[in-house]
Design a protein around this ligand. Structure first.
Ligand SMILES: *[C@@H]1O[C@H](CO)[C@@H](O)[C@H](O)[C@H]1NC(C)=O
Ligand SMILES: *[C@@H]1O[C@H](CO)[C@@H](O)[C@H](O)[C@H]1NC(C)=O
Ligand SMILES: *[C@@H]1O[C@H](CO)[C@@H](O)[C@H](O)[C@H]1NC(C)=O
Ligand SMILES: *[C@@H]1O[C@H](CO)[C@@H](O)[C@H](O)[C@H]1NC(C)=O
Ligand SMILES: *[C@@H]1O[C@H](CO)[C@@H](O)[C@H](O)[C@H]1NC(C)=O
Length: 484
């Protein structure tokens, strides 16, 4: 029985491994995290300063008898953590801070336990310049394929404190300042250690919740950016997120039949690196093919205004005499479309789109096909990025037609050049614009801006590498860092 369970688990692992080649990879490199920590540490400090530290009370045997004391309004007035060092380690991120400094203040009050209940009060300043801290973050993924960041360990050590009492009789405080300093130190440390973990976890969750998982492109098509497996960390170098990167036709989602190729995780040292396989573009074309948007029929009742001829064989007499001779005076309809989903191929010279289409002309009264033309179109796609969306531009569009089948015999296609040109301008170009110029969102968090992205083309995949600028929109991170 146990063996069977083991076998099932193994099969499960093997099959998920097989299904998990990403179409789209994002790698975040060490320089990005080095920038991120410069933003995050000041935010953390601001919030540490708003932290409520619980009052401390206790009692103490003094030369004048047992006294009870209280420290209230304990405040972390300033903290400097300038020496933060971040490392990418197996399983996550580790941050260590040393030589930080902090200053605290509090009010004190003491009272003799028995008669005559002598009491006194004043304030105290505490400073230290040997603060050290460490935080370990585990990077993983949840069951929805969203990346997760969870604090796996955290510790703050305030080091040795210098305590300065103000007001009252100093001889007394000097007696117990060592004990007080220890109490304040452990109270502040345990408060920070217990409150910072949920604070970081909530902020990370909120931050990552803005990463798109499944983004609708329009009412028919969506893109799936879910993780296909846990992010992979190369120690000291980068974190790579393997994403599905597949477009789907929403009403009937089908897997694109050809799997993506294996892609590298990094090609240079820029902060963010996107790897997009041909598979992504092909699944885009495949899903639009399934929408039926890529074909249309023109009937005598709905001839588009740009079309110069009426749909009857008399009007086409000079263009194709064979048509009129075989089917004199008949009305026609014409279907234009693709025989299969357009195919994208990426190579070192760029992205090429190939369309295999047809034009089929029927004569209505005879219920017959008159002729079918094969239409081939090629276009080079160039890319640009704006507002974290990727846009395509096509250039060097070429078209060609051949006769596929005919019930009117052979005829010269030269006379149809004008019609082909008109169809290219009025059907194909708007269609390509529709497909490529609507802008596809890159899977980045809100507020991340690409700075001078670079494009690279390889065999069956492309890469975009870029530095990033991050402007938290609406103080998204900070909203959650709330101590109370
Ligand atoms: C066919 O087209 C010609 C030329 O445009 C037009 O004069 C004629 O009325 C049309 N015939 C029919 C049946 O639509
Ligand atoms: C076009 O004509 C053919 C042949 O008569 C007919 O079978 C077909 O239904 C027509 N299509 C449309 C959309 O009218
Ligand atoms: C990117 O392409 C789109 C669509 O053609 C165009 O509107 C936009 O101006 C281009 N942006 C850049 C920066 O070239
Ligand atoms: C278009 O074709 C010309 C000639 O082959 C070539 O020089 C040019 O680079 C091509 N444009 C693009 C965007 O590929
Ligand atoms: C004719 O078109 C059909 C699809 O409409 C295609 O399968 C076939 O290969 C074509 N034949 C020729 C000779 O081009």
């Amino acid at each position: 029985m146990q063996k069977l369970i083991l076998l099932i688990i193994l099969i499960g692992i093997i099959t998920t491994e097989e299904a998990s080649l990403p179409g789209f990879k994002i790698s975040l490199t060490k320089p990005l995290f080095d920038e991120a920590i410069k933003i995050l540490v000041p935010l953390a400090i601001k919030d540490l300063q708003n932290m409520n530290i619980p009052d401390i009370d206790g009692d103490f045997d003094s030369p004048i008898g047992k006294i009870e004391y209280q420290f209230t309004s304990i405040k972390l007035n300033s903290i400097s953590l300038s020496n933060a060092k971040l490392s990418l380690v197996s399983g996550g991120i580790s941050i260590s801070i040393s030589g930080g400094s902090a200053s605290l203040s509090a009010n004190w009050h003491w009272k003799e336990k028995s008669w005559p209940h002598v009491s006194d009060s004043g304030s105290v300043d505490i400073d230290t310049s040997s603060v050290s801290a460490s935080v370990s973050l585990a990077i993983g993924s949840d069951s929805n394929g969203r990346p997760t960041i969870v604090t796996s360990s955290i510790s703050l050590d305030l080091g040795s404190l210098n305590v300065h009492f103000h007001g009252g009789d100093s001889w007394l405080y000097n007696l117990f300042s060592g004990e007080i300093s220890d109490k304040i130190k452990s109270s502040v440390e345990s408060e920070v250690n217990s409150k910072v973990k949920p604070m970081i976890d909530q902020a990370a969750e909120k931050f990552l919740s803005t990463v798109p998982l499944v983004e609708p492109i329009d009412s028919n098509v969506e893109i799936d950016y879910r993780l296909v497996s846990t992010p992979e960390i190369e120690a000291g170098k980068d974190i790579m997120c393997p994403l599905k990167g597949e477009f789907y036709y929403i009403p009937h989602p089908h897997e694109y039949p050809i799997a993506p190729v294996t892609m590298p995780s990094t090609i240079n040292t820029e902060m963010g690196q996107f790897f997009i396989s041909e598979f992504v573009f092909n699944s885009l074309a495949f899903s639009y093919y399934q929408t039926g948007m890529l074909s249309a029929t023109v009937t005598p009742q709905n001839v588009p205004s740009w079309f110069p001829f009426k749909l009857n064989t008399t009007a086409w007499k000079d263009l194709i005499p064979q048509l009129f001779n075989t089917y004199p005076g008949q009305t026609m309809n014409a279907s234009i479309g693709v025989n299969s989903a357009p195919v994208c191929s990426i190579s070192s010279s760029g992205i090429l789109l190939q369309i295999d289409g047809f034009l089929r002309v029927n004569v209505i009264q005879s219920s017959k096909m008159a002729f079918i033309l094969n239409l081939f179109a090629n276009a080079q796609i160039s890319m640009n990025i704006s507002d974290a969306k990727i846009y395509g531009n096509f250039n060097n569009l070429t078209t060609k037609m051949t006769l596929n089948a005919s019930t009117i015999g052979q005829f010269s296609l030269d006379s149809l050049d004008q019609i082909l040109d008109l169809m290219t301008q009025n059907v194909l170009v708007p269609l390509l614009n529709e497909l490529f110029q609507k802008g596809y969102p890159l899977p980045v968090v809100d507020g991340a801006q690409l700075v001078e992205p670079h494009f690279y083309f390889y065999d069956k995949y492309m890469a975009i590498t870029s530095d990033f600028k991050y402007t938290p929109s609406n103080n998204k991170i900070q909203q959650n860092w709330n101590w109370n």
